[in-house]
Design a protein around this ligand. Structure first.
Ligand SMILES: [Zn+2]
Length: 250
């Protein structure tokens, strides 16, 4: 029995019988894992102080079980609770959206410490002064990039030439189609040059620098809608939090 230790962020919690939980965590050293935490209803010190709440950052101790790829989580020590995210409905909803999105696009045991850092930095950004919506857009773009799902926004996906004007965005082909290639996807979406440029900019800059980039309200709205459609197309289902975010922003 090998005992492992890692930092992890709680993505999901499911009840298992009366006193146990199945936790899904995104860990720095092992990627996404599932683990059973037992005896969580009491005030047992090994899962202290909000450590089992969604998007809490914990140091966890866990070990393999003989018969299953679900680990046993024997200890969770809370490292960061993100209080400001829990005190504000919009921030809470966006933080919940980040973990739901990450859970839906990752598989178990696929370690990626850059993805771990992106989630952690995005939660911290949201917990600060920054707009939660803006932090969510940055998270979406950076996540697509780290997972190799980034749409092509500099060259036409059909002919490979650099489009100048009159291009559109194809969900099906995963990027821009130039005006000569519009026939290849009649359902391609309109996209402003500023939106394509903004996405490319966020993708290429280090996380510490992205917060300062300004966008016009028009680009901001289009960005949200295009990323939403692109992510839905990639995930092939609607996330629960997306509808909820719509409701609270109405
Ligand atoms: Zn083309």
């Amino acid at each position: 029995m090998t005992i492992q230790k890692s930092e992890g962020i709680v993505l999901r919690r499911q009840d298992l019988r009366e006193t146990s939980l199945i936790l899904t965590l995104y860990t720095r050293d092992f990627g996404k894992i599932k683990g059973i935490a037992r005896g969580v209803r009491g005030s047992r010190a090994q899962y202290g102080g909000g450590a089992l709440e969604l998007f809490a950052l914990d140091e966890i101790v866990f070990y393999e079980r003989k018969t299953s790829d679900i680990y046993t989580v024997s200890q969770c020590d809370l490292l960061e609770y993100f209080n400001p995210l829990r005190a504000d409905l919009a921030k809470l909803s966006y933080a919940t959206y980040l973990i739901e999105l990450l859970d839906s696009v990752t598989t178990l045991a696929d370690k990626n410490d850059e993805v771990f850092d992106l989630l952690l930095n995005s939660l911290r950004l949201m917990a600060g002064e920054s707009s939660a919506k803006r932090a969510a857009r940055i998270f979406e773009i950076k996540l697509l990039n780290l997972l190799g799902l980034m749409p092509s926004l500099d060259l036409c996906v059909s002919c490979g030439k650099r489009p100048d004007t009159g291009f559109k965005f194809s969900l099906q082909h995963g990027g821009l189609v130039c005006k000569n290639c519009l026939e290849s996807d009649r359902a391609a979406l309109s996209i402003l040059p500023g939106t394509a440029k903004f996405i490319e900019h966020i993708r290429s800059l280090p996380f510490e620098k992205v917060e300062r980039i300004k966008v016009t309200p028009q680009v901001g709205r289009e960005l949200e809608s295009i990323l939403r459609k692109f992510l839905d197309y990639q995930i092939e289902r609607r996330l629960k939090t997306v509808e909820f975010l719509r409701e609270i922003e109405r």
